[in-house]
Design a binder for this molecule. Structure first.
Ligand SMILES: Cc1cc2nc3c(=O)[nH]c(=O)nc-3n(C[C@H](O)[C@H](O)[C@H](O)COP(=O)(O)OP(=O)(O)OC[C@H]3O[C@@H](n4cnc5c(N)ncnc54)[C@H](O)[C@@H]3O)c2cc1C
Length: 404
């Protein structure tokens, strides 16, 4: 049996943050995940609390309204510490930026209009511009409309124009040269080979604009080269606007976090679900992972449950009830609360799972991210913030437990 100090279930933002913090604390760590989580569908912008330009004011209001909110378990100082840790961990390969004091940026939406976000990847940083923007679409690529976005932005008082380029101008792989492509990953890979051809095609069109907006397809592994190269050639700031999933910014973030974990000495087993756990008294001893062939047994001193909510597979919804998928923890909030997204596992301040009577169910299991009860990332604009902050806290608590 493989044995670790810490076994993390889930490779979303929460699980990855936990693993990075645990590795920093010197714990032998493995991340086991069925899939990639919400990162591959999210915009890539990280939301802390969207209700106000100052997310901390919005967060205080939220916690006052919802005392069972995961943010109520943390101090603002701890949340800032977790965000700073996260940014530090991924700088270089996938740099993220924030304003002083982690205030919200206002960035355009795909249909025009602005929304708030706290941490922006480099590819979306110039999106906060107030100046005139040229929105560039790709003919045949239907997941983003430059025209629709420009019209929407003009309706709310901005000065945007739209233009289109033909993906035939981009060099394909061997044998597919000249073919129109309508798939975001394929356009991204073509741009890595031939962003200079795109810059030539757009030559002269960006004059008079502060920035050019492209759908979020500007490269995958070589994104920074493509984005910075286009900026230099076009003489304007370049940013990516959200397109439909799969999300290239999210895929870049997931890949950077995975690479960082491996570089830090952590193990990552992705593509296989945890199907059960071996429990003795109030301690989890090992988890069982379904792999092709015989199931894999992974032992650990401590475990982090970061398996997502109802969309991530962590919470199972049945007709009359909801439950947690690996340990069968009770899921609270189902039916009683207005939003089904608030359904999840209730925890104490140490992030340990609680039964309906308030008793800790398992001492050495800590929960983080979407699996937690009491919040709705969509209406609150709190998704990444809760995942990162509770993931960080769960690792700290597991580290304390390991020292006892
Ligand atoms: C469409 C969409 C768009 C979003 N856009 C944004 C945005 O723009 N900004 C923002 O801040 N937030 C956004 N969010 C919310 C945010 O992405 C999530 O709240 C946050 O990423 C949740 O992270 P997590 O790690 O808790 O869960 P998830 O990302 O769901 O990860 C769960 C992980 O657990 C794994 N897992 C599940 N069950 C098992 C099992 N049995 N065994 C092993 N592994 C398992 C999954 O495969 C996955 O790896 C969006 C969410 C969605 C769905």
């Amino acid at each position: 049996m493989m044995n670790y100090d810490l076994v993390v279930i889930g490779a979303g933002l929460a699980g990855m943050t936990t693993a990075l913090k645990a590795l920093q604390q010197g714990q032998k760590t493995i991340v086991v995940a069925a899939g990639a989580g919400a990162m591959e569908v999210m915009s890539g912008c990280l939301d802390i609390c969207g209700g106000d330009d100052n997310p901390w004011l919005a967060l205080r209001r939220l916690v006052a309204e919802k005392p069972a909110h995961p943010y109520a378990l943390l101090s603002e100082e701890e949340i800032r510490e977790a965000l700073a840790f996260f940014v530090e961990q991924i700088k270089g390969a996938c740099p993220y930026y924030h304003q002083s004091g982690f205030r919200n940026f206002r960035i355009p939406t795909a249909l025009g209009g602005r929304r708030r976000a706290c941490l922006l990847p480099e590819g979306q940083l110039a999106a906060a511009t107030e100046g005139p923007v040229l929105a560039v679409g790709f003919k045949g690529y239907r997941d983003f409309s430059a025209e629709l976005m420009a019209e929407g932005m003009n309706r709310v008082g901005y000065r945007w124009q739209a233009t289109e380029v033909d993906t035939c101008c981009l060099q394909g792989g061997e044998g597919d040269g000249g073919r129109i492509c309508n798939n975001s990953v394929e356009i991204a890979l073509r741009l890595e080979r031939s962003w200079r051809l795109l810059a030539e095609e757009l030559s002269g069109r960006t004059r008079g604009f502060a920035a050019a907006a492209f759908p979020a397809v500007l490269g995958l592994d070589q994104h920074l080269t493509v984005k910075r190269g286009l900026e230099k050639s076009l003489g304007v700031s370049v940013f990516e606007a959200p397109a439909l999933p799969p999300s290239l910014p999210g895929m870049r973030l997931a890949a950077s976090l995975a690479a960082r974990i491996r570089r830090g000495g952590g193990d990552l087993l992705q593509g296989f679900p945890v199907v059960s756990a071996d429990i003795q008294g109030r301690m989890c001893r090992r988890i069982i992972v379904a792999t092709p062939g015989s199931p894999l047994s992974i032992g650990g001193k401590n475990f982090i449950l970061a398996s997502g909510g109802i969309l991530g597979g962590g919470i199972l919804l049945e007709r009359e009830r909801a439950s947690e998928a690996v340990f069968n923890f009770p899921a609270s909030g189902f039916r009683r609360q207005a939003s089904v997204f608030q359904t999840g596992v209730r925890v104490n301040r140490r992030m340990q799972p609680l039964a309906a009577d308030g008793q800790v169910i398992l001492e050495n299991v800590f929960c983080a991210g979407r699996i937690l009860a009491g919040y709705d990332p969509f209406s609150e604009g709190s998704g990444a913030g809760v995942a990162v902050a509770t993931g960080y806290r769960a690792a700290v608590e597991a580290g304390r437990m390991a020292e006892q």
